[in-house]
Design a binder for this molecule. Structure first.
Ligand code: ARG
Length: 464
């Protein structure tokens, strides 16, 4: 029988089923880099504080670096029946260097060790996701920049509402992704505190220096309260929430792309690289990519709710339930990173059918509000009356079978004799779009300003 190195009071071999339930190694082996990085920093601190000798530190450092090399080169394939990555690496180290390996766990517990490894992993991916988001925003800004004069029907309730330009529409998404990016950045800052040295829950009598490990690992400082630290998974919940919100935004963009690809819209055409066929209908080109991005939002939301539910009833401090924190986070991170890369690539290659967008603006009397505003401003009719007058104008256009922007002056005057020629210009869809010059409005000049501001933000963010 091989004795479990972390079980001083367990005398018999664990049952196979217990191992299957208990062991996190099959999934937490993903944390090998962070585990080794954390152990190297911890050992360096132990030596600096004269808790272990220089020779021990030397052996531990060489041994851990060898293990890292073995894993990365596939020499140690991480097929192990260890309980978790922490025990696997400690076991491997001890088999290599003997007693020095057994001293590594002085003044720490797996509770602060796992809190450290997992936090480092999440912090690295906060940064990784921010990089991918910046690329996506950059792609969107470039598309928007090409289309500040491309008219399309702006919608509410998925019904034609007012003319806008496509650049303005895309910049709405750029703003969502900017907020997402800022959310990952603020989570990074809030959680950039080192858990190591908290030990099991209460700290340690050893004369450790948590400032030193925090600094070695790139954290701002050590966390304040050990009991909180080994119980805390807020950093994991935050990345899950941030990913859910990001995927919700990508899902909305995906939904619009799916609609725009349909024969009813044809506003965009996805590149063949990003379309799939049907096994029976030879004519089909399906937008599977945006459909999958939309669909994957379901699983990341599941991961968020899953961990919130795991955490909600746990007494302080560590409970084994918390081992359930990892798979959902790994899955959401992988999903978000792949989705972001795919979204950028798809947008880069997507063809925009400006003529189709423009033609669609001739349906739905998009400039009706402009005529009401004109009646208010020019003739002094109270808005509610103007609103009803324009309702009559729209009814007339419907009866004739044309758009409000195609009515003649005579037709307009048959409803309201005080209407003059200026109304004809005002009813033009492009004029309507360009009239919306209020702050944040769709007018081409305002859209161009929004693009310039976003570019400035991108430069600033990319540079730090
Ligand atoms: N595999 C465990 C986890 O992922 C590591 C922490 C174990 N700690 C303990 N006291 N059993 O949560």
């Amino acid at each position: 029988m091989t004795k479990n190195i972390a079980s001083a009071r367990i005398s018999s071999e664990s049952s196979r089923l217990l191992k299957e339930l208990n062991n996190s190694f099959p999934f937490d082996k993903l944390l090998y880099k962070e585990d080794i990085q954390g152990s190297l920093a911890h050992a360096t601190m132990l030596e600096a504080q004269e808790i272990i000798s220089k020779d021990d530190l030397e052996n531990i450092t060489v041994g851990l670096n060898e293990i890292l090399e073995e894993i990365e080169s596939g020499k140690w394939s991480l097929k192990d029946d260890s309980e978790d990555i922490h025990m696997a690496i400690e076991g491997r180290l001890t088999s290599k260097i003997g007693d020095a390996g057994k001293r590594l766990h002085t003044a720490r517990s797996r509770n602060d060790q796992v809190a450290l490894d997992f936090r480092l992993y999440v912090q690295n991916h906060n940064i990784e996701i921010m990089g991918l988001l910046l690329e996506l925003i950059n792609t969107i800004v470039n598309v928007a920049n090409e289309h500040t004069e491309t008219l399309l029907p702006g919608m509410t309730h998925l019904q034609h509402a007012q003319p806008i330009n496509f650049g303005f529409h895309m910049m709405a998404y750029a703003n969502m992704f900017k907020r997402d990016c800022e959310r990952f950045a603020s989570s990074y800052e809030r959680n950039n505190y080192s858990p190591i040295g908290c030990a099991a829950l209460a700290g340690t009598p050893h004369n450790i220096d948590r400032e030193l490990t925090a600094q070695k690992l790139g954290f701002n400082a050590p966390t304040q309260n050990c009991l909180d630290t080994v119980s805390d998974r807020d950093f994991a919940l935050e990345i899950l929430f941030n990913i859910s919100t990001l995927m919700m935004h990508m899902s909305r963009l995906s939904e619009e792309i799916i609609l725009w690809c349909s024969s009813e819209f044809r506003f965009v055409t996805l590149s063949d690289k990003h379309s799939t066929g049907s096994s029976i209908m030879p004519q089909k080109k399906n937008p599977d990519i945006p459909e999958l991005l939309r669909g994957k939002t379901g699983r990341v939301n599941g991961n968020l709710i899953g961990l919130l539910t795991v955490m909600k009833g746990l007494p302080l401090a560590y409970n084994k339930d918390m081992q359930e924190d990892k798979e959902g986070v790994f899955d959401s991170i992988k999903t978000a990173e792949l989705s972001l890369a795919v979204m950028s690539e798809m947008l880069l290659e997507m063809r925009i059918n400006s003529d189709k967008m423009q033609n669609a603006c001739m349906v739905g009397h998009l400039s009706a509000t402009d005529l009401a505003d004109y009646l208010v401003k020019k003739i002094g009719i109270p808005f509610r009356d103007a609103y009803h007058t324009v309702g009559n104008v729209v009814n007339m256009a419907e009866n004739v079978g044309i758009d409000i922007s195609e009515l003649t002056l005579e037709q307009l005057q048959s409803i309201e004799p005080r209407i003059d020629n200026e109304a004809i210009d005002i009813l033009d869809n492009r004029a309507s779009m360009n009239a919306r010059t209020s702050q944040g409005g769709t007018a081409t000049i305002r859209t161009i300003e929004q693009i310039a501001d976003m570019k400035k933000w991108l430069e600033l963010y990319t540079s730090h």
